[in-house]
Design a protein. Structure first.
Length: 586
């Protein structure tokens, strides 16, 4: 899949998007029988023209049709509720000469959810990939000869010291490994794991560890956690911010990369993220000693040492512009506030140890409002942990200190307030979803941070309500499923934004292996960043973006790191969101 082929396909896609006519926007992967079935028609009023045929040949009359107008483009759209299509099968839809199939399936998201998680196996660093089928590749970046950068030097580890730091996942379209983003990704997936443990216990992803006694999900997390240990300075407990080359590699395969690799400056944010994830891992792996003997105690000790370093170095923020000899130009993951990281790490360590010092710190750093989780704001990961701690075992919760119950109640109140605000206006929106109705919904990584993570927050709200009322509550689940529909095709440009799925999905993500491996199709199960009106990469495009409208500012080109890159934190959000919904579907 070379650049020339990508350019030709891109030109064709641009022409297709520019044509005038009728478009049907719909979930291209499938709906569960109980889910609402909504499509959006653009270019013609479907009243009297829409034809829906059931699998048995019956004609279906839509339940309702409403008009909606884009606040940015002025395009007129018609939101069509197809009604109760609960029989499994393929429903044929036609209007204005356009056709599509609405697939109603048992477990429609199963394959996609599994592929989203399996993607982490395909992007493993430092080992050969031999269970990837056409995506098999020899070992690249063994990282057994990594240099300590002068920004990370200490008396006992001077600049130029060689350390071994193998394993871990490639972060995004590049080949570097970043503690901040890796920890956030694991933390987000751990949050979903705790809510749907039975589901994840049974989820098989055909990885080398699949035959052991540990769930494949936790095995995959362990592959990255093993790398984490090597990123902690054994002499003082601080954690290096990232393992990186000075500059991004070209679009070549891992084994062809020749740049030296460094660990660079310790940072308070990386160290706290490390502490949070290691504390949670110590809890969650406790019963899997057969496969990972001693890991939990080792992780707990590493977490506490990291937290002590962070407390002693609260302003040790990562400043990439200060790195010299060599300078470093790869992803910075810079963050000049550690309040949210302190909150998350203190929360995780309190859950692990029950020590008052961690509770006191969590109370000091608690957030004032809920926001969807991102690598730069991890407070909501701490909030999710407080909710998990106090809502799923009522008898145990009554024995907790009043300060703990009060903190949890505050986090829950913030979550409900966020969710209630998020679902306002769905009934008048263009695509019948909470996501995608504000210009601020679009930008770098928006489909993960604002679509998937919003959906995850909605699922949390339902889970908490169900615990409070002692009955199954689905107040917010309907809206979460609407975000799934948006992600999978019911959107302004008709893309299913997950590679390998749907009728129209990205073929040229900004991902070095997918571009260089001579396999036409990219890795399946990757979530691309999504529409980004900032268009920070437009000077690098072989053709212009097809649109400047916020929800149409996307281009399926390898060069588009602003709208078409992939990243582990984005895929982590996809895993957490889709696996949770797939679990509920059972």
């Amino acid at each position: 899949m070379g650049i020339r082929i990508g350019f030709t396909a891109l030109c064709a896609a641009a022409c297709l998007q520019a044509k005038c006519g009728v478009e049907i926007r719909h979930n291209q992967v499938g709906y569960s029988p109980s889910q609402e079935k909504v499509i959006v028609v653009e270019g013609v009023n479907p009243a009297g023209k829409l034809r829906v045929t059931a699998p048995d040949g019956r004609k279906i009359k839509p339940a309702s049709v409403r008009k909606a107008v884009s606040p940015w483009s002025g395009k007129v759209r018609y939101v069509v509720d197809l009604g109760n299509l609960s029989t499994v099968g393929s429903y044929q839809v036609s209007v204005g000469g356009q056709h599509c199939a609405i697939e109603v399936k048992e477990h429609p998201l199963q394959d996609m959810a599994t592929s989203a998680l399996r993607l982490f196996y395909l992007i493993r660093s430092g080992v050969p990939i031999d269970q990837g089928g056409v995506y098999n590749r020899p070992v690249g970046h063994p990282d057994t000869h990594v240099l300590v950068h002068n920004s990370a030097a200490s008396e006992l580890r001077p600049a130029g010291t060689v350390i071994s730091s193998p394993y871990g996942w490639y972060d995004a379209g590049d080949y570097n490994k970043y503690v901040v983003n890796s920890a956030f990704s694991i933390g987000l997936m751990f949050a979903a794991f705790e809510q749907q443990t039975n589901y994840f216990d049974k989820l098989l992803t055909a990885i080398p560890e699949s035959r052991n006694q540990t769930p494949d999900f936790l095995d995959e997390m362990m592959f990255n956690l093993k790398w984490f240990f090597s990123m902690q300075d054994p002499y003082d407990g601080g954690v290096y911010h990232k393992l990186t080359t000075p500059n991004f590699e070209g679009f070549i395969m891992p084994k062809e990369c020749k740049q030296p690799r460094y660990v660079v400056a310790k940072s308070v944010t990386a160290t706290l993220d490390f502490a949070a994830v290691m504390a949670d891992a110590a809890r969650l792996f406790e019963k899997y000693q057969a496969d990972y003997p001693g890991f939990s105690s080792q992780a707990a000790a590493a977490a506490e040492r990291a937290y002590l370093w962070a407390k002693a170095n609260p302003t040790a923020f990562y400043r990439q512009e200060q790195l010299k000899d060599p300078a470093v130009s790869t992803g910075a993951y810079g963050d000049m506030s550690a309040r949210d990281e302190f909150f998350w790490a203190a929360t995780a360590l309190w859950r692990l140890t029950g020590r008052q010092q961690y509770l006191d710190d969590a109370l000091q750093y608690q957030p004032k409002q809920f926001s969807t989780p991102t690598w730069g704001n991890v407070a909501s990961l701490g909030a999710f942990e407080w909710m998990a701690e106090t809502h799923f075992n009522e008898q145990a919760a009554t024995k907790l200190p009043e300060t703990v119950r009060s903190l949890s109640a505050s986090m829950l109140k913030q979550l409900y307030a966020y969710c209630d605000e998020a679902v306002k206006g769905v009934e008048t929106s263009c695509f019948n979803s909470p996501y995608g109705n504000k210009k601020s919904d679009f930008g770098w990584g928006c489909l993960a941070e604002f679509c998937c993570c919003q959906g995850m927050a909605l699922l949390y709200a339902d889970k908490m309500l169900s615990c409070e009322r002692k009955e199954n509550v689905t107040k917010y689940r309907r809206y979460a499923l609407q975000n799934v529909d948006y992600l999978l095709g019911r959107n302004a440009i008709g893309y299913c934004f997950v590679t390998g799925f749907g009728e129209k999905s990205p073929m040229h993500p900004h991902h070095r292996i997918s571009e260089a491996d001579n396999v036409e199709a990219p890795f399946p199960g990757m979530l691309v960043g999504g529409p980004n009106p900032g268009q920070q990469d437009k000077r690098d495009m072989p053709v212009p973006y097809p649109s400047d409208y916020p929800d149409e500012s996307y281009i399926d080109a390898m060069q588009s790191y602003a709208s078409n890159e992939i990243a582990i934190n984005w895929n982590a959000s996809l895993v957490a969101f889709l696996c949770w919904i797939d679990a509920l579907d059972r």
